[in-house]
Structures are given as structure tokens and as C-alpha cells.
Design a protein around this ligand. Structure first.
Ligand code: HEC
Length: 103
């Protein structure tokens, strides 16, 4: 009898723990930033993955620089490969790099 009760309590405890952990996960995953920004970031990241690793690695393309330098760097890359990005893509890539890869 006694063992059963202890076992039962153990199961209840474990279930509570699982539910608590589950809820915690949900809280962590809920987005805190606005969705539009995230989508722009994903688009810029795709542009960079598609256009910036033909001549060097992505690691190099992502090497952090002072925020104000990114337009120059991206323009230099476009100079190496005219037509690499159109105006809109250039803006998106620069904005992404300035926000995420500046030191
Ligand atoms: C046509 C070839 C080419 C393409 C495409 C290209 N790059 Fe480059 N990149 C280079 C060369 C060559 C260098 C080294 C000389 C220099 O820094 O100007 C370089 C250097 C860099 C550096 C400096 C890395 C360091 O070691 O500090 C960064 C940052 C960079 N590229 C970012 C980019 C980004 C972002 C893109 C995409 C928009 C891109 N590159 C696309 C040729 C290219």
C-alpha cells in the first residue's frame, strides 16, 4: 500500500514537472521582436548567402566592422561584381550587416 502511494506521488510529481517544463519552453519561444523585422532579416540573410560566398567564405563576409563601414564594404563588393545586388537588395544587405555585424 505504502509503496503504491509513494509511486503515485512520484508520477504526479513527474507529470507536474513535465508540464511546467513544457510551459516554460512555450514562453521562451514566443517571439519578442516584431515579425516584420524578422522577415526582413531572413530575406537579407538569404541575399547574403546567395551572393556573398562566390569569392570568399560567409565567415569573411560576416566579419564584423564598424557600423559606418558597411556601405563602403558592400559597395566595394558590388564593384568587384557589377550588378551583384540591385539598389533595394544593397540597402537590405547593408541594413542587416549594420544591425547584426557591427562592432
Ligand atoms: C566578385 C567577388 C566577390 C563577391 C561576390 C563578394 N566579395 Fe567580399 N571580398 C572580395 C574580395 C576580393 C575581398 C578582399 C579584398 C577587399 O577586402 O576588398 C573581399 C572582402 C570582403 C570583406 C572583408 C573581409 C575581411 O577579411 O575583413 C567583407 C566583409 C566582404 N568581402 C563582404 C562581402 C559581402 C557582404 C558580399 C555580398 C554582398 C561580398 N563580400 C561579395 C570579393 C567578393
Amino acid at each position: 500500500m505504502r509503496t503504491r502511494t509513494v509511486f503515485g506521488l512520484g508520477v504526479v510529481f513527474l507529470l507536474t514537472l513535465l508540464i511546467a517544463v513544457g510551459c516554460n519552453d512555450a514562453t521562451v519561444e514566443s517571439p519578442t521582436t516584431n515579425g516584420a523585422g524578422d522577415e526582413a532579416d531572413t530575406a537579407a540573410l538569404t541575399l547574403i548567402e546567395d551572393n556573398c560566398q562566390s569569392c570568399h567564405t560567409l565567415d569573411q563576409a560576416f566579419r564584423p566592422r564598424a557600423e559606418g563601414q558597411w556601405p563602403q564594404v558592400v559597395d566595394r563588393m558590388i564593384g568587384y561584381s557589377p550588378g551583384l545586388l540591385d539598389d533595394q537588395e544593397r540597402e537590405a544587405v547593408i541594413a542587416y550587416l549594420q544591425e547584426n555585424r557591427s562592432n
